[in-house]
Design a protein around this ligand. Structure first.
Ligand code: G3H
Ligand code: 13P
Ligand code: ZN
Length: 348
């Protein structure tokens, strides 16, 4: 089957009360790890690429790797998503590259760092929705700003500053009405990267009750949790055991994500956990076999370590066992869906 619009997967997840992990990729081994995990667990898949990933893979390598994933896994519905599009132009170029879903992150400016006002966010997001829906491509928007890494996206907010940029439920409701996004990323206290929390997060810093409130107001909008790596202790330990230097840190507990899934969270973004797994596996091979220089000898275990993380998340979030159950729609079919949706809205 061709790549499917992400909305098809999110709708199925919403109808059947589960969440989908959205996994960042940059290279072949990461895509293979995800597809192996999906085959093992019969999971539908969301693969996402940041602007950095597209640059690293020069777009064309990524596009052809995704075609390979589709060819080798005809039974698995796969959505290809632009993570943190910083401008309409980035989203449009992703659509041209065959992405079936785009995120217009208008919560930040084009520099990917500066928190922007509501009007700017609505303007750029609405612009992307109009173009994307006309070709059946899914759109994710964001309201509120996350903390964390400053490299290309993320306002670099501290744990304290994050509190000032949490999603306002009134604004979230208005934003969905003003833009028509399919999915909405919300800021609930998470941040990108490994250093999210200095201790296991309580409800004071990780505002899961905010998710409940937003879902109550927007029951038909698919909610997205960014910065949702769990940063498992064992992955930190492997890196440190083999010469790395990861300072003690805490991520988003899986139980909290499961709570989110009960309240409308359908897409959960995870990148850091896979980066940690890959790095730990490579460090271990090189430390134990300093004579080794065949890249397959360390990239193979790295792929296996990432696959393990993917399998665990696919099972935990409930997407396992659903690949074969989804009635797939193409982007072309989604065009009619959006036309009908607009007609229904106009009648109201
Ligand atoms: O949200 C960010 C993802 O982890 C991708 O990060 O821009 O370094 O590829 P990146
Ligand atoms: P993590 O850094 O927690 O894996 O978050 C990834 C993410 O949100 C990608 O958009
Ligand atoms: Zn993100």
């Amino acid at each position: 089957m061709p790549l499917v619009p992400m909305r098809v997967l999110l709708d199925h997840a919403a109808e059947n009360d589960y969440g989908l992990v959205a996994l960042n990729v940059n290279n072949m081994e990461q895509i293979q790890a995800i597809m192996e995990a999906a085959q093992e667990t019969d999971s539908p898949v969301i693969i996402q690429a940041s602007r950095g990933a597209r640059k690293y893979s020069e777009d064309a390598y990524l596009r052809h790797l995704m075609l390979a994933a589709v060819e080798l896994n005809p039974n698995i519905p796969i959505a290809m998503h632009q993570d943190h599009g910083n401008s309409p132009a980035t989203c449009f170029s992703a659509i041209q590259q065959g992405f079936t879903s785009v995120m217009m992150d208008g919560s930040l400016g084009e520099d990917g760092k500066t928190p922007m006002d509501y009007e700017y966010n609505v303007r750029v997001t609405r612009q992307v929705v109009e173009v994307a829906h006309a070709v059946g491509v899914t759109v994710e928007g964001e309201i509120g700003a996350l903390g964390g890494i400053e490299d290309e996206h993320g306002a670099g907010l501290s744990e304290e500053e994050i509190k000032l940029h949490l999603t306002d439920p009134d604004q979230a409701e208005q934003f969905v009405a003003d833009t028509g996004v399919d999915a909405l990323a919300v800021a609930i206290g998470t941040s990108h990267g490994a250093y999210k929390f200095k201790k296991k997060p309580t409800g004071e810093v990780l505002k899961m009750d905010l998710i409940e409130e937003i879902h109550r107001r927007l029951p038909d909008t698919h909610l997205v949790m960014h910065g949702s790596s769990s940063v498992p202790q064992e992955l930190q330990d492997i890196i440190n055991q083999y010469g790395g230097d990861i300072k003690q840190t805490y991520g988003v507990p899986i139980e909290e994500i499961k709570r989110g899934i009960k309240h409308g969270v359908r897409k959960i973004n995870v990148d850091t956990d896979n980066r940690l797994a890959i790095t730990g596996a490579i460090r271990k091979v090189l430390a134990e076999h300093p004579e080794e220089f065949d890249p397959r000898k360390y990239l193979g275990p790295a792929r296996e370590a990432m696959k393990k993380v993917c399998v665990e998340r696919m099972i935990a979030f409930g997407q396992a066992g659903n690949a074969g159950k989804i009635k797939v729609k193409t982007c072309k079919e989604m065009v009619d869906f959006y036309i009908d949706l607009e007609k229904k809205k106009a009648k109201k």
